[in-house]
Design a protein around this ligand. Structure first.
Ligand SMILES: [Zn+2]
Length: 519
């Protein structure tokens, strides 16, 4: 066998391969960026050469690297360099928000934008969203934009409203809603589903700031054992592709990336995605992403428009990924995929429903029968559990993020964080999928447990299947990419309480240790 300095063997490990043909091992040998073999006992010595590095895992657990099947990388990077207004940062009232904005305004020239993110009206003492008058009190001289923790609501102060051109006369854009004062008709500053509208009207973050955010995001992801991500931003286009490609090329972004393409980019045939010498295992073009919104009470786009779009993508031989939260939207997404499949049958289409937040068993059966992949967010049970328990009626609560129901239908359920909506920590999602406990320790939607291996698969093999990459990722199998995580304990043997102490010890991508605890 040819000797290479990149050869690495992990020994004395409790290896959970997630490969049904060989589920356990005590060592794994890696050559270049691939796994060459796994085994038990001392056999690894046959693979050891002069230049082989050995990592003694001292009984620690090794699992396949985590794949986050749906997050928003650029928003995540931006969020790390803008004011965090989430309850976790001790923001408990609108006056807390006002003082943070005021502080921000003091060290920057008038007229410069101030961005805040992650506020959660549910946890604010006033139990409401801040409005433009609240923000004007903090600073009238700087345009301010706050983003709700859901990402679907923004609040602007008066100057910001003026700069983006929203006045009393401005009509609601398609799919969006400008909240207005019932008496005066003036905009209150609250904008629903107007991310696209604002995106083209608000100056972007300075490149150096974005780069700084990306560096923090990258370190955060690898410290959590995330070795691959799928970026599910509906605004993705050639620009985003070039940006991510530049990060991959310069080596500033470690996890492998699947970049979904926004529907408008897909429909603009001029869009041009070229790999130009980049390894497709580092950056790949993923599904076509479309938002099916029902927050304003009616579906946008409508069922017939959705059918046409889904068919267009399906007919072009591409995967579609439909954002659908509520039952009505999930049902419409199913119907659109069914429509496309009836017109043009395809066996292994792997079209996605993203989120699938509310899904009763009969709808899950339909999703299963149509062969649709579901990409969902178990960590929401943990991070949003208290709010769900207080605000979601029991009838819907039992169908909320119904992971077991979906798995029981044989659906390929891939897990994700939807970061920056919540932390990208897969261990929190895995625990939430298994135990359904909120952050305060309350059970959300009944104790419908799933096995730890099923939860691990959602963040590994199932997520790899979601992007047609199960032959190269998702299990510790000879021939696959050597993307591995070393954990300080065995997640299949822990109680919900013990799970809190579970930590990533090392992250290996393509046979290289990219992160180590207490280096
Ligand atoms: Zn998302």
């Amino acid at each position: 066998m040819e000797i290479s300095h990149q050869d690495l063997i992990l020994i004395n490990a409790n290896i959970i391969t997630l490969d049904p043909f060989s589920p356990q091992a005590t060592w794994v040998a890696i050559k270049n960026d691939k796994i060459i073999t796994t085994g038990h006992g001392k056999d690894w010595k046959n693979f050891k050469y002069k230049n082989t590095s050995i990592i003694d895992c001292s009984g620690k657990t090794v699992i396949p690297g985590f794949i986050d099947a749906h997050l928003h990388l650029v928003s995540y990077a931006k969020s790390l360099v803008t004011s965090d207004l989430s309850p976790g940062k001790n923001v408990h009232s609108i006056s807390d928000i006002q003082s943070i904005i005021k502080n921000c305004s003091q060290n920057r020239p008038a007229g410069q934008w101030i961005f805040g993110r992650g506020y959660n009206d549910f946890y604010l003492a006033e139990k409401r969203h801040p409005n433009c008058l609240d923000l004007d009190k903090a600073t009238p001289g700087h345009p301010v934009r706050l983003t709700h923790r859901s990402g679907h609501v923004h609040v602007l102060n008066s100057l910001a409203l003026k700069l983006v051109g929203i006045t009393r006369e401005t009509g609601d854009p398609d799919g969006g809603l400008i909240e207005r004062d019932l008496k005066t008709g003036d905009p209150t500053g609250l904008l629903y589903e107007m991310g696209d509208f604002l995106y083209v009207r608000i100056p972007p973050l300075a490149p150096a700031e974005l780069e700084r955010g990306l560096q923090i995001a990258d370190q955060e992801l690898i410290s959590l054992g995330v070795t691959s991500i799928q970026d599910a931003s509906s605004r993705n286009n050639t620009e985003q592709w070039k940006l991510v490609k530049s990060w991959k090329k310069s080596g500033s972004l470690h996890p492998r990336v699947n970049l979904m393409m926004g529907i408008s980019a897909f429909q603009k045939k001029s869009e041009n995605y070229a790999l130009n010498g980049l390894d497709p295992n580092q950056l790949r073009l993923g599904a076509v992403k479309i938002i099916l919104d029902d927050t304003t009470g009616r579906l946008y786009p409508s069922q017939s428009e959705l059918n046409a779009i889904v068919f267009e993508v399906h007919h072009a031989g591409q995967q579609i990924a439909i954002h659908a939260l509520e039952e009505k939207a999930v049902k419409a997404a199913c119907e659109a995929i069914q429509f496309a499949l009836e017109k043009s049958p395809a066996k292994d289409h792997r079209h996605h429903i993203e989120h699938c937040s509310v899904c009763p068993p009969e709808l899950a059966r339909k999703i299963g029968a149509l062969g649709i992949t579901v990409v969902t967010q178990p960590a929401f049970i943990y991070f949003h559990g208290e709010r769900y328990l207080e605000t979601v009626p029991d009838e819907r609560l039992k169908h909320l993020y119904p992971i077991k129901t979906l798995l029981d239908q044989g659906i390929n359920v891939a897990a994700s964080s939807d970061c920056p909506i919540v932390s990208p920590d897969p261990l929190i999602g895995i625990s939430a999928a298994m135990h359904r406990l909120s952050e305060a320790g309350d059970i959300v939607g009944g104790r419908v447990r799933i096995l730890s291996t099923a939860a691990l698969q959602m963040y590994t093999l199932n997520a790899a299947r979601a992007t047609f990459e199960e032959t190269i990722k998702g299990t510790i199998t000879p021939g696959k990419l050597a993307d591995l995580v070393v954990l300080n304990a065995d997640p299949t043997r822990l109680t919900a309480d013990e799970f809190r102490n579970l930590q990533v010890d090392k992250t290996i991508i393509g046979g290289k240790v990219v992160w180590e605890k207490n280096r």
